[in-house]
Design a protein around this ligand. Structure first.
Ligand SMILES: *Cc1c(COP(=O)(O)O)cnc(C)c1O
Length: 396
C-alpha cells in the first residue's frame, strides 16, 4: 500500500537503517498505532477532554503530576520555555515572545548546546551559557559545575535546561539541587533517551520540573508527537499556551486535574505555543505507542530489534561487524578509514532501494546499522546491497 501511495507521488521508498531521524521520516508505525490514529480521526471530540485523558495516561506512565501531548519534543521544549517564563499569568502569555520585564533567561550548559535548544528561544527566552567543557577539547578533564550554574541564576532566570545523555555533566541531581535552592525550575530534554523504559520516570523522580520526550523516536509513536510532563502548574501553563481557547469564560470547563480554572484570572487567547498543537490522530497514536512501549519489557524490545541485526551478521559473516549495545542495539561496520566509509555510504545512497546508514562516526571509518526503523524485508535488502557493494567499496 505504501509502495503504491509513494509510487503515485513519485517519492522513492528508502531503507532507514539510520534510526528515527526526522529527515528520514522517522520509523515505521505498528499497525495498532496506525489503527488508533485512523479510529480517532473518524470522529470529533472536545480537545480539552482528549487532552485531559492524555494527561492522565502520561502522568501515570511518568510519575509526573501532569502531562501534555504535543507535536514533538521540540514543541515540548518551546512550551516548557513559555511555561517557565509566565506561569499562570494570561497577560504575560499574551506578550510572548516579547519577554521584556519577564523572567526570560534559561541557563544552559555550554557542552549541552544543540540544534534543538532553538525551540526554547522560540518562545522568547534568552539562553545564558555556563561552563567550560575542556574535557571535550583535549585540554582538561572538567565540564560545567553546579556552582557555575548557581552563579548564573539571578532575578531574570526562568529555568535551567539539562539535556539528558550518558555524557551530561554535572549530574541532574546537582543541577536540581542548585536550581531548587533558588526556586528555579529545571527543564530536562530527554527526547532521545527512550528506551530503557525506566527513563520515563527517572527524571521526574530526580526532581526535574518539566521533561520533554519525543513520541516519534524510541516510543514508536507518530513522527510529529511528543510528551511534556512534570509539575502540575507548569504543564497547565504549557497547555494554556498551546490549546485553542476560543471560548467564553463561562463556557470554559476543563477537567480540574488537567487545568484548574480556579487558578486563572481569565482565559488566554491563542498563545506562543499554538503551532505545537497535536492532532487527535497523533494523540491517539502516541497513547497507543506509549501503552505498547510499557507492555513490552526492555529485554523483549532489544530481542525484537536484535533479530534483523543477527540476520545481517549471519548472512554476511565475513564482514567486520561489531554488535553495539545501548537502549537501541546497533551493528558497527568498521572500514579502513573515513574515506572508505564515505565511499560505501555514498554507494548505498546510489543503490536502489536507497539505504541510509548512521554515519555519525564516519570520520573514524565506522558506519552503523540501526534496527528500529526497518520495515519488513529491509534486513534482506541491506544484505543484498552489501553483497554487491562490499567487495567493490568495502574491501581493502
Ligand atoms: C530528536 C531530539 C529533539 C526533537 O525531538 P522531536 O520529537 O523530533 O521534536 C530534541 N532534543 C533532542 C536532544 C533530540 O535528540
Amino acid at each position: 500500500m505504501n509502495e503504491s501511495l509513494y509510487g503515485r507521488l513519485g517519492v522513492p521508498v528508502i531503507v532507514n537503517a539510520k534510526g528515527a531521524a526526522t529527515r528520514l521520516s522517522g520509523g515505521v508505525l505498528h499497525p495498532e498505532v496506525t489503527a488508533a490514529m485512523a479510529e480517532a480521526s473518524a470522529a470529533c471530540v472536545d480537545m480539552l477532554d482528549l487532552h485531559a485523558a492524555a494527561a492522565a495516561e502520561i502522568a501515570a506512565a511518568t510519575g509526573a503530576e501532569n502531562g501534555l501531548a504535543t507535536s514533538g519534543a521540540a514543541a515540548s521544549l518551546l512550551l516548557a520555555s513559555a511555561a517557565c517564563m509566565v506561569g499562570l499569568d494570561p497577560a504575560a502569555m499574551a506578550r510572548l515572545p516579547d519577554a521584556d520585564g519577564l523572567k526570560s533567561e534559561i541557563v544552559t550548559i555550554r557542552s549541552q548546546r544543540n540544534a534543538y535548544d532553538h525551540a526554547l528561544r522560540g518562545a522568547g527566552a534568552r539562553l545564558v551559557e555556563v561552563g567550560l567543557a575542556d574535557r571535550f577539547a583535549g585540554a582538561g578533564i572538567r565540564d560545567a559545575e553546579a556552582w557555575e550554574i548557581e552563579a548564573a541564576i539571578g532575578p531574570k532566570t526562568a529555568a535551567v535546561l539539562w539535556v539528558a545523555s550518558a555524557r551530561a555533566r554535572p549530574p541532574l541531581a546537582e543541577v536540581v539541587a542548585v536550581a531548587h535552592r533558588h526556586d528555579v525550575p529545571v527543564i530536562v530534554d530527554a527526547a532521545a533517551e527512550l528506551p530503557p523504559a525506566a527513563k520515563l520516570r527517572s527524571y521526574v523522580a530526580a526532581g526535574a520540573d518539566l521533561v520533554a520526550f519525543s513520541g516519534g523516536k524510541g516510543l514508536g509513536g507518530p513522527q510529529a508527537s511528543g510528551i511534556l510532563c512534570g509539575r502540575r502548574d507548569l504543564v497547565m501553563s504549557a497547555a494554556l499556551q498551546m490549546l485553542d481557547l476560543d471560548l467564553r469564560w463561562s463556557d470554559f470547563d476543563p477537567p480540574p486535574s488537567f487545568i484548574d480554572k480556579g487558578l486563572l484570572p481569565g482565559l488566554p487567547r491563542n498563545g506562543v505555543g499554538r503551532p505545537c498543537k497535536a492532532d487527535k490522530g497523533a494523540i491517539a497514536g502516541l497513547l497507543t505507542a506509549l501503552r505498547r512501549f510499557l507492555a513490552e519489557s526492555d529485554d523483549e524490545r532489544t530481542a525484537r530489534w536484535q533479530a534483523p541485526l543477527d540476520h545481517i551478521r549471519a548472512e554476511l559473516d565475513d564482514l567486520p561487524f561489531t554488535p553495539v549495545g545501548g537502549g537501541i542495539p546497533r551493528l558497527a561496520l568498521q572500514l579502513a578509514d573515513g574515506a572508505a566509509a564515505d565511499r560505501l555510504y555514498k554507494a548505498l545512497l546510489a543503490h536502489r532501494p536507497v539505504i541510509h546508514l548512521d554515519h555519525s562516526e564516519m570520520e573514524a571509518g565506522r558506519l552503523y546499522i540501526a534496527p528500529n526503523c526497518l520495515a519488513a524485508g529491509d534486513a534482506e535488502r541491506i544484505v543484498e546491497a552489501l553483497r554487491i557493494l562490499w567487495p567493490r567499496e568495502g574491501g581493502r
